[in-house]
Design a protein around this ligand. Structure first.
Ligand code: G1P
Length: 303
């Protein structure tokens, strides 16, 4: 085992090259990461979480069709000028804060859709030799306190180990996730002893599932370079992590917060409801609207 690495993360990788076919026809022209929850696209929630955790370099792994993500993070001179002239300072700040000062965005094209492991490998040159984060924007994590990645970054800086967000899932759902086996948990962390990509419920080592937040040692790149296609014929990040376990410590981290799977219709709806009900200006109207929608449709009312 190599020595733990207690450097704090500064760089975050966002794999955003997926096709988002579940959300067709919307995703015919709008990448799924640009779908909004209230007034922010999914990618912005993930970016804000990474910045809060201390990252100042954001690496987007895109495909050649995803100009929308790059355009979104680019400076919008005309819009900013218009808002400034109209004295709309609040809106101007919103537009400018998409990418706060001191934070830079780097775009790397993944030329072939070979899987999540391959997407992460595309960030190798930009990351270099330091621990880094990976955030899957489909997994939106709501929390009133510190974001999930900040919680993990603090824990990883103390332990010096790689860290992977996990949550319990119903046993019949294991085939949709990476599943881990761990030692005992203390302070929300348990050392991972095994990790398997999308096992059937019969072969799953537990029902503790990987959620899309990772803090990884740069050693993962060397491993990814020789990782062959696994589940679904794709180069899996999970398979590379399984090999990393043999060389370095990797912890599972049970984050505080609620995760919404915004890669599915119901998850995106759930997230929208949660953020609306927790919104300082919208919560009352949203709650009333939901009650009356249930009444009008004859759905049994929530008491
Ligand atoms: C990916 C990972 C999987 C993880 C999941 C979390 O799968 O491969 O291990 O549990 O993200 O959202 P995907 O959902 O992209 O198929």
């Amino acid at each position: 085992m190599t020595q733990p690495d207690q450097r704090r993360i500064r760089k975050a990788v966002f794999p955003v090259a997926g096709l988002g076919t579940r959300f067709l026809p919307a995703t015919k022209t709008v990448p799924k990461e640009m779908l909004p929850v209230i007034d922010k696209p999914l990618i912005q929630y993930a970016v804000d979480e990474a910045i809060e955790a201390g990252c100042d370099t954001l690496i987007f792994i895109t495909n050649r069709y995803k100009h929308a993500v790059a355009d979104y993070f680019d400076k919008a001179y005309e819009l900013e000028q218009k808002l400034e002239r109209a004295g709309k300072h609040e809106q101007l700040a919103l537009v400018r804060n998409v990418l706060p000062e001191g934070v830079r965005a780097v775009f790397v094209t993944q030329t072939e859709a070979l899987g999540l492991g391959h997407a992460v490998l595309c960030a190798k040159e930009v990351i270099g030799d330091e621990p880094f984060a990976v955030l899957l924007p489909d997994d939106l994590i709501w929390n009133r306190g510190p974001g999930a990645l900040k919680q993990m970054a603090d824990a990883a800086a103390a332990s010096g180990c790689s860290s992977i967000a996990v949550q319990d899932v119903p046993p019949e759902k294991t085939a949709s996730y990476g599943i881990v086996a761990t030692g005992d948990f203390a302070n929300r962390q348990g050392r991972i002893t095994r990790i398997v990509e999308k096992p059937s419920p019969e072969s799953a080592p537990s029902n503790l599932a990987v959620v899309g937040r990772y803090i990884l040692s740069p050693r993962i790149f060397g491993i990814l370079e020789s990782t062959t296609p696994g589940a679904g014929g794709e180069i899996q990040l999970t398979d590379a992590i399984e090999r990393l376990l043999g060389e370095e410590c990797v912890d599972a981290y049970r984050f505080r917060g609620t995760r919404f799977d915004c890669g599915t219709h119901i998850g995106l709806i759930e997230a929208t409801i949660r953020y609306a009900l927790d919104h300082e200006k919208l919560s009352d109207a949203a709650a009333q609207m939901m009650q009356s929608a249930l009444r009008e449709l004859g759905v049994e009312e929530i008491s």
